[in-house]
Design a binder for this molecule. Sequence first.
Ligand SMILES: Cc1cc2nc3c(=O)[nH]c(=O)nc-3n(C[C@H](O)[C@H](O)[C@H](O)COP(=O)(O)OP(=O)(O)OC[C@H]3O[C@@H](n4cnc5c(N)ncnc54)[C@H](O)[C@@H]3O)c2cc1C
Length: 327
Amino acid sequence: MNNKNIWVFCEQRDGVIQDVALELLGVASELAKTTNEKVCALLLGSKIKKQAKELIAYGADQVLVVDHKNLETFVTEPYAQAVTQLAKQYEPSIILFGATSIGRDLAPRLSARLKTGLTADCTKLEADENGNLFMTRPAFGGNLFATIICPDHRPQMSTVRPGVMKKMERDGKRKGEIIECEINFDQSKFAVSVIEEVKACSNVAKIEDAKILVSCGRGIKDITPAFEVAGKLKGTVSASRALVDAGVTAHDRQVGQTGKTVRPDAYLAFGISGAIQHLAGMEESEFIVAVNTDKNAPIFKIANLGIVSDAAAVLKQLNKIIENKPC
Ligand SMILES: Cc1cc2nc3c(=O)[nH]c(=O)nc-3n(C[C@H](O)[C@H](O)[C@H](O)COP(=O)(O)OP(=O)(O)OC[C@H]3O[C@@H](n4cnc5c(N)ncnc54)[C@H](O)[C@@H]3O)c2cc1C
């Protein structure tokens, strides 16, 4: 197989490059050090050319740009046609996508068209010197991690959820090549067109952007004090799936394998046991404080500071301590 180079599908929405694209460029740059290949960013959209330099600053050696009005809003078919044509022309070794609604829609379509495999929701990516990709993801309900390889087909493809990988430091001096590509679209296959775009409104703060998360689990009966503490610390409230399933709070606040991946400076876990599916979404936090009545709770294994106590009582105490000392 002569396939070469690591591609990152760089998702943009309304012309704004999504963080997950920069995170994927970060991991692609790490992989490229081992495989000795180039990192190539795929930038598709309409009037998006000027973003190409930004992708170079975050690790791309080469940017393939397709700037076309058919790609203004994401629709599966035109995007799938564009990436398929490019992949057949350039024969990449690896293609990475964000496990977002767009990446989860596009990547399987491409893997079928390119007759290769796809590993979804990877939490770790490693490579060997021969360019083989080792894609690790949770399996069997998250109770173990499986490392998957795709030895017989190229490109090797995987999706990675936002927040899992780390971006490189932005370096505006990095040099790279920008190639503008033409696509022969087959409009007869465009079965779907966008008539109107209506954006959903959410008043839930984005937990993935918060520096401090006050996170509640089943060990908390009333989450109101958590909101008070979070407000005073200029953070926000997140939760385990147990609380979301119980209808106590919205799914937007759920941390974990089927929720969001977070990496705050401080993650304060109140009454959360630390199931593997929860840890998958928060174990990269800078500093973890756990409060639990059970001294054997698994969350204590990854906590920097553990408090064996009633979570509601600690929240109350914390509220009092910071009452007169808001940040
Ligand atoms: C495929 C799959 C995907 C999943 N995805 C997710 C996910 O994305 N996110 C997620 O969170 N879970 C997920 N889960 C569920 C996960 O397995 C756990 O069931 C869930 O995380 C448990 O939430 P919890 O820790 O709040 O509740 P529990 O496991 O019930 O733990 C409650 C904890 O509170 C402690 N406690 C009780 N009373 C008090 C008190 N007064 N003070 C202090 N501590 C107290 C207990 O000792 C216990 O440790 C998933 C499961 C599966 C199978």
